[in-house]
Design a protein around this ligand. Structure first.
Ligand SMILES: Nc1ncnc2c1ncn2[C@@H]1O[C@H](COP(=O)(O)OP(=O)(O)OP(=O)(O)O)[C@@H](O)[C@H]1O
Length: 294
């Protein structure tokens, strides 16, 4: 196992950080760590990296205890923090060079390809970069020495959709080379798109671990349909995956789990003026799924 934690707990004084986190991540997995803001993702990651000392429990990476042997771990690790930065005056290329030296040099061809694929402008000073562009330099730094394990804290926040796709491709390539990826996210659809397995964290505790397919019951969309004329609610209420149908005048709001086809087919039978579909935030999704448990 590449990452192994047992009852990992971190309290900030009397405040909760994480509580009893037990995880096992195998070589060659893309593992998603999914939770709303404040759930404990960063705390878990920083404890794994040895930046924070656990209050209780233990964690091992590559078989080494994270508190006892951080150097042996860090040589083989690529890490993207939530807010990546070094010195404001350095350019993207200089920043990547700085970290490359720490690892005793990197394959420059690979480094340059990473920069190209992610669209990093190597000559720009760090202070002139937007959050997304800083994030891209951070990704180059995490990947450039081809580490055995990548730990990425909310890697796609601030990236535009095309760069996100390129990032997903890089992650899959790393996995196909037998490397391991642990990434945190607060977006369900992103974890669904790229991860093999996932753990859900809420209020500092793991509420579920499983294959990405096992998230199906959580994934849903809020759909709004606006029609030119009156529409019988019954035409939608009993469709597969549909629940919580609400009607305001000629507007229907409904919750759809699973494929959208039945709703689109039913809507097409009427004069449809507008169709909106959005993925609700994870807070809303978790609240719904875990209300009974809390
Ligand atoms: N240095 C600290 N001192 C006190 N409490 C902290 C500290 N860092 C984090 N916390 C608390 O620990 C809990 C978990 O925070 P953490 O940053 O790990 O969550 P997260 O899932 O990474 O959220 P986000 O996506 O917002 O970064 C929160 O309740 C937070 O307020």
């Amino acid at each position: 196992m590449i990452i192994e934690t047992e009852g990992l707990t971190k309290r900030y004084g009397r405040r909760r950080g994480i509580d009893d986190v037990t995880l096992g991540i195998d070589q060659g997995e893309i593992f998603g760590f999914l939770g709303p803001n404040g759930a404990g993702k960063t705390t878990t990651i920083r404890t794994l990296l040895g930046h924070l000392r656990p209050t209780a429990g233990r964690a091992r990476i590559f078989g080494h205890d994270v508190t006892a042997n951080p150097v042996a771990i860090h040589r083989r690790l690529g890490y993207l923090p939530g807010e990546f930065g070094l010195y404001d005056r350095l350019t993207g290329a200089q920043t990547a060079d700085y970290f490359a030296h720490l690892y005793g040099g990197v394959d420059r061809g690979y480094r340059n390809r990473l920069m190209e694929r992610l669209g990093v402008d190597p000559g720009r000073r760090f202070r002139e970069l937007s959050k997304g562009n800083k994030q891209k330099v951070g990704l180059v730094v995490a990947f450039q020495h081809r580490p055995d394990l990548l730990i990425l804290d909310e890697p796609t926040s601030g990236l535009d959709p095309l760069v996100q796709q390129e990032f997903h491709a890089l992650v899959r390539e790393a996995r196909d080379e037998g490397r391991t990826v642990f990434l945190s996210s607060h977006v369900l659809s992103e974890v669904e798109a790229v991860c093999d397995r996932v753990a859900l964290i809420r209020d500092g505790r793991i509420v579920r671990t499983g294959s990405v397919e096992s998230l199906r019951d959580l994934a849903h969309h809020q759909v709004l349909l606006r029609f030119a004329g009156d529409v019988p609610v019954a035409a939608f209420e009993n469709l597969p995956g549909v629940s919580d149908v609400q009607v305001t005048g000629r507007t229907l709001r409904l919750r759809v789990g699973g494929p959208m086809t039945p709703v689109v087919r039913a809507a097409a039978a009427y004069d449809l003026l507008d169709f909106e579909s959005r993925e609700p935030g994870l807070e809303e999704t978790f609240l719904r799924a875990y209300q009974a448990a809390s």
